[in-house]
Ligand binder design. Structure first.
Ligand code: CTP
Ligand code: CA
Length: 224
């Protein structure tokens, strides 16, 4: 039809975003983590709120202000992030931007360990649940499920594999060989079940705005 584009195309929708790293405690002063500033996830939460969505932002430890109009839930570990994500359902869209630590120490020590205890045998690791993949199989699976993948190899090939393995609708992949981690710009590849497209190098806020516009479009195309 010829209706003009709405300035609030996500009005009435609930968008769930994860952002930042997770910290997996070894003891009170040490942790295992992935590198992540949280900037891209926070920009998506901000853009979605501007587009009229109700936004729940589940954030790992980051040094960023809460975007206007966004409900923020702070977590530390992957297990806490997963619990917060499940508690926030139902959602129309889930965008898992967080750099979730893949492993955690089996048990966090209650007091600071001497460095002599920080050995292969001293720190036993267990794999974390895959929050995105579990959401892909959840009875309340969001209609549009979006993952992110930071890669140093061929981002499109890795993303296509993760799309299938995790049951996601889109994977937003980027090559982090350069200065993307913590930087203000991003060059992404949008990999969907229909194929892949590579976007130009853009500020993270602009990547966020364009992704949010695509999300609104995708929800409309699939009907209410
Ligand atoms: N992810 C998640 N839970 C995990 C690991 C990853 O939800 N325990 C999500 C991330 O938030 C992201 C996507 O899965 O949206 C891809 O993360 P990535 O680390 O690239 O995937 P992995 O399956 O962990 O693969 P890799 O071996 O490359 O780390
Ligand atoms: Ca990983």
């Amino acid at each position: 039809d010829f209706a003009p584009a709405s300035p609030r195309p996500l009005h009435g929708r609930h968008l769930l975003v994860t952002a930042g790293p997770t910290h997996e405690a070894i003891d009170p002063v040490r942790y295992i983590a992935n590198r992540s500033s949280g900037r891209q996830g926070f920009a998506i939460a901000a853009a979605a709120a501007e587009a009229g969505a109700r936004v729940t932002l589940v954030s790992g430890p980051v040094a960023l202000p809460t975007p206007v109009g966004v409900d923020r839930i702070d977590v530390e570990s992957a297990a806490e992030m997963q619990a917060a994500v499940i508690a926030a359902l139902p959602a129309d869209v889930a965008v898992m931007v967080a750099a979730v630590a893949d492993w955690r120490p089996v048990a966090a020590a209650g007091r600071k360990l001497p460095k002599s205890a920080l050995t292969d045998e001293g720190i036993r690791l267990a794999p974390n649940a895959d929050i995105l993949a579990d959401l892909g199989r959840h009875p309340q699976r969001p209609r549009l499920l979006v993952g992110f993948a930071a890669e140093t190899g061929d981002p499109r090939a890795s993303a296509a594999e993760k799309l299938v393995r995790k049951g996601a609708d889109w994977i937003v992949a980027n090559d982090v060989s350069g200065d993307v981690m913590g930087g203000t710009a991003n060059q992404i590849h949008l990999v969907t079940t229909d194929g892949a497209e590579s976007w130009p190098h853009l500020p993270k806020e602009e990547v966020a705005r364009r992704l949010v516009a695509r999300m609104a479009q995708a929800l409309q195309n699939h009907g209410n």
